[in-house]
Design a protein around this ligand. Sequence first.
Ligand code: SF4
Ligand code: SF4
Length: 179
Amino acid sequence: MPGDAEGREGALRDLVALHCEVDEGVARLEERHAGRLQCGRGCSSCCVDEITVFAVEAERIRRSYGDLLAEGSPHAPGACAFLDAAGSCRVYAARPYVCRSQGLPLRWLEEMGEEEGAEIVERRDICPLNIESLPPSVLREEDCWQIGPIELRLGEIEERFSHGRLRRLGLRTLFGRGA
Ligand code: SF4
Ligand code: SF4
């Protein structure tokens, strides 16, 4: 149905714009934390095998790296299928949101307890390799990546792409499906 196709294309365009916005926000935080993040090419223990992404993010990878998916081989099990032998990402330009903010100090709010009298608790986390140089517990709110708002918008884009559903796919399952 043409309407469906247009809706999916619109969702993909919005995803690309959202990824760009995330990159800008990440770049600002990285600048603020310059010299204290260990992240870099070849540092890849965060690239685990179990990552799943929304169907719309999988589609972005498929369209950008169709040849790799059709003819390339996934990394051996135990690490992300898209890692190469040198520990670099083979789909870097189209990588999903979760990989774009990886390494930054993260902050989110969690509701604890029953509906009535539920308490909002703040949580923070960071990659163990960055915790010494950038302990998240002592940072100001604005020095952390806020988990929640982008996830909400990503979910809305996925619902438009997948007709009201939130479909998730394992990154490894994209190999062999082609463009
Ligand atoms: S998609 Fe790229 S950045 Fe994300 S986990 Fe896989 S190799 Fe790492
Ligand atoms: S998040 Fe951790 S493992 Fe991943 S690149 Fe940064 S320092 Fe390395």
